[in-house]
Design a protein around this ligand. Structure first.
Ligand code: FES
Length: 251
């Protein structure tokens, strides 16, 4: 049996519940949450969709580190010794934690409002994303043109298109914890993806650089690489932010 302690939220009430789950070989944390919901507490709320690390819905704090429940093997995280240095960087809440127990601690993603239990409100995250206008405006008279992209450039862009908008980066970000208006790693990584794209037009790129050139934008980053370390798709937002800083310093 594995003990799973879950940070519960309902309205203004916050508390922790511990459940015992019968572990099966290859069981993921998401499957363990289903076990709890189906057999022990039907009121437990969590979000999921694809169950295959594609939709980004099941992001949560797992032993104080943001991650995807569907991609986390229970055997990898039970009784895990928490890295104290890392915990200091990203831990935003205090909760019972005993690393010696065969236990997993699961909590909602930080830096976003909690709706219930492990479900956070993604509205703010999407609003920050919208601020960088993550799309390409192609004039109607050019919409049927073929766009051939250099394969080397395409590989650079692809590092950023891999983002699944799970918000694990946002949940690990100390700048987002301090300032809710900080655009955050996901939006700035997305901005870099469109900055690199040769189909983006000059006017839109000039507007983009103005949008991100502030303490709420690229200058707000602490450059601690939490976002890079937790991203399940290996997107490197800090690299994008530093590249943007180089671009703006040269202007
Ligand atoms: S359920 Fe889709 S990423 Fe986990």
């Amino acid at each position: 049996m594995v003990k799973i302690t879950i940070g519960r939220h309902e309205g203004d009430r916050r508390w922790y519940d511990t459940f015992e789950v019968e572990e099966k070989p290859g069981m993921t944390l998401l499957e363990a949450l289903f076990y709890i919901q189906e057999r022990l507490d039907g009121g437990l709320c969590f979000r999921y969709s694809c169950r295959g690390a594609v939709c980004g819905s099941c992001a949560m704090l797992i032993n104080r580190r943001p991650g995807l429940a569907c991609r986390t093997q229970l055997s990898d995280v039970k009784g895990e010794v928490i890295n104290e240095a890392h915990r200091d960087q990203i831990l935003l809440k205090k909760a019972p934690l005993d690393a010696n127990k065969e236990e997993v601690i699961v909590e909602p993603l930080p830096n976003l409002k909690v709706i219930k239990d492990l479900v956070v409100d993604m509205e703010h995250f999407y609003m920050l994303l919208d601020a960088v206008k993550p799309w390409i405006n192609i004039p109607d008279d050019r919409s049927h043109e073929e766009n051939i992209i250099d394969p080397h450039l395409q590989m650079q862009i692809e590092r950023y298109t891999n983002c699944i908008l799970c918000a694990t980066c946002h949940g690990s970000c100390p700048a987002a914890a301090r300032n809710s208006n900080y655009m955050g790693p996901a939006a700035l990584a997305k901005a870099w993806r469109f900055y690199l794209d040769p189909r983006s037009n000059k006017e839109d790129l000039a507007e983009l650089l103005t949008t991100i050139d502030s303490k709420e934008g690229i200058w707000g980053c602490d450059v601690v690489y939490n976002c890079v370390n937790v991203c399940p798709r290996k997107v490197p937002p800090t690299t994008a932010i530093l590249k943007f800083r180089d671009v703006l310093k040269k202007e």
